[in-house]
Design a protein around this ligand. Sequence first.
Ligand SMILES: C[S@@+](CC[C@H](N)C(=O)[O-])C[C@H]1O[C@@H](n2cnc3c(N)ncnc32)[C@H](O)[C@@H]1O
Length: 286
Amino acid sequence: MAAPGKVVPFRLPPLPTIGEIIKLFRLKAQKQLSQNFLLDLRLTDKIVRQAGELKNAHVCEVGPGPGGITRSILSAGVEQLLLIEKDPRFIPGLQILSEAAPGKVCIVHGDILTYKMEKAFPKHLKKNWDDEPPDIHIIGNLPFSVSTPLIIKWLENVSKKDGPFIYGRTQMTLTFQKEVAERLIANPGGKQRSRLSIMAQHLCTVKNCFVIPGEAFVPKPEVDVAVVHFTPLVQPKIQQPFELVEKVVRSVFQFRRKYCFRGLDGVMVLMTSDNSIFPSGMKHFA
Ligand SMILES: C[S@@+](CC[C@H](N)C(=O)[O-])C[C@H]1O[C@@H](n2cnc3c(N)ncnc32)[C@H](O)[C@@H]1O
């Protein structure tokens, strides 16, 4: 028994390994759905550590699959874990995890692209936008065909303070194809600087955490994967509506870099009609 006042770390009871769960429920990865699983719990622990302190946090995991990352999230001592999984084959395996952590897990069979995140967490967790981020995190290793459109949608939600961001500056830790992660974190003037870099960095602090080699996944994907952490900024760097910023940035990047200034001609038109979108000049941010 622990001494009074001593914090007892949360420990899951002995469970079948992820490999055994996959065998038990015949969870063959479906290539057409870009399913690749992480079986090494040291790696899933490493991904979850990138989210920051999760003790007593409310977490939504998107696309838990056979539950590797799920186990690491539960072991971090979260208060509540919401799982959103589209493929019904994974639900029985996730139920085993739910029984191992009584009262902590809620499983939703659904599609994260349409799920209403504004109702996902208790209201009392809401924080003001300029306060510290709420104790709410989104974590996920989704197929790239989902994670890229999803981050665009969530960036729009950040700019409008809706969706998962009605609770405040909810943090996200997500995996992307390595090249997409490089674009998300690229600095101004860098080779990878793109539309995605500006859309993400004008709204969030974007940290690239680490690259996971393709060999770590079963089956091995054709590309490497990188983990990216997002914290919405208190003040966006460009204080204009999302749609307008997107339009301007699209216009800037429609030409190859050496012809970028052709794109800027269009921007100048928008700048004069909309009053200084990029106060210190687009050149430096692009
Ligand atoms: C690449 S697998 C990763 C599984 C697990 N997170 C892991 O790391 O081992 C992606 C998972 O996301 C699920 N998924 C795909 N699209 C989804 C969507 N739109 N909404 C919710 N889950 C989705 C898949 O069924 C699969 O379980």
